[in-house]
Design a protein around this ligand. Sequence first.
Ligand code: AMP
Ligand code: ZN
Length: 500
Amino acid sequence: MFKYGFLLFLFGKCMSQAAENIHFFNTLSRKKEKFIPIEKGKVKMYTCGPTVYDYAHIGNFRSFLFEDILRRWLEYRGFQVTQVMNLTDVDDRTIAASKKEGIPLKEHTGKYVKAFFEDLDTLHVQRASIYPRATEHIPEMVALIKKLMEKGYGYVGEDGSIYYKIAKFKNYGQLSKFKVAELKVGARVKVDEYDKEQAQDFALWKAWDEGDGDVFWETEIGKGRPGWHIECSAMSMKYLGETLDIHTGGVDNMFPHHENEIAQSEAATGKKFVNYWMHCEHLMVEGKRMGKRFGNYYTVQDLTKKLKHDPRAVRYLLISTHYRQQFNFTFAGLEAAKNVVDRLVNFMYRLLDADGKDCGEETQLLMMQVNKSFGEAMDDDLNIGIALAALFDFVRDINNLIDVGKLSRRKANEVYAMMLGFDKVLGVIGDVRKEEKLPKEAEELIRRREEARKAKDWKTADQIRLQLQAMGITIQDTPQGIKWRIEKHQTNPTKNDSHM
Ligand code: AMP
Ligand code: ZN
């Protein structure tokens, strides 16, 4: 008893120390830095959300899943995270797409917002604290633009649009690493997306033109619509304050989007906008970035509904490569991911069945080791590859103990609880106890078998058992009553399975 208490004490100590020892790669400094939040125990995190002009593809979801893992990890370490993810429901792309379809903007984007939330649920992405829509924050954007004009950072161009004067902001280029002196001073760009070589004064507010159709707002700064970048500055600062702990997005967001967000926000407030910038590398297809414009993409629905792939495998595939490394999407990779997920789920079933002799200390040691290795790896800039390797070693070792009848019921419960803890971060296994639900037909058969047994009609009882077996359901009569299980998973993986 004393020993066990002592080990728990050590676990607790490990957890709290690790919370103090998280390091993230900050794109701003291009270095790993110790993570220190502005307010102890709390994290303010802003995430660039989807542009809802079409279905998001799994490349977009790679970024959203990185953000999900980041948030889950911070929560695992005890932080209270406020995550804001915007929905870009007005910009060049949404207007062009709704025009092409001949559908009003709100109706068009509404369809894809709905699909986005469905996809989040399919991939077990935890909901952010709030999902502000750009179209619902026009007054905040106008106020911010007015402030920038008052301070001399915003000016009106010949077309009536309002532009940001990048030459006035000394630190322009700090995120993308280029110097204002090398830029085309005075040249202007009105589109939302452009290359680094085209860095110019960008549009804060776009004066209405025919191309915008009925998408405009009549405001103090004229009839028009916001530029894409001002949307995120206004919404992030409204919900999280003038300085955020973490701002995330995919690497393509770094320029011009995030560079411009910094320029707008810091010029307006005079304060540092973001302490830690974190960017997710691209999901690729045959060496090329997955993207709508390349036509090389799959949506979540393509994979899970049309092609019937397990959503957990899709999730596992997208989270299992370190977020700062590119990787190629392949169907072979998806199959391999499915195998890993099945083995993890299968392990949980084995734990539920384990009933061996006590080998407490050995199990306890393995639990401490995996807790430490998994935690240290994730604290080190979310090094999920190492964390998963530690987990697979653990699963293999515990499987070996089960094979030789050395995992007691009590210890198996502890391991099960620990696996659920890791899965709070990974989100790929689930609590298999909750998942199993008997089909109605099987429930009825079990009831009839009970009746037969009470009547000592062993022949009927056996027949029903066989019938259930044919349906893939095994039953066991125990002193506590009937136990049943759906045999959709193999119960005894061979010891030399890869990974575990
Ligand atoms: P969008 O809907 O285009 O605004 O993109 C939503 C998020 O997906 C942004 O954070 C992008 O940087 C990110 N993203 C776009 N393409 C990819 C990709 N191939 N791999 C990873 N992230 C991506
Ligand atoms: Zn954004």
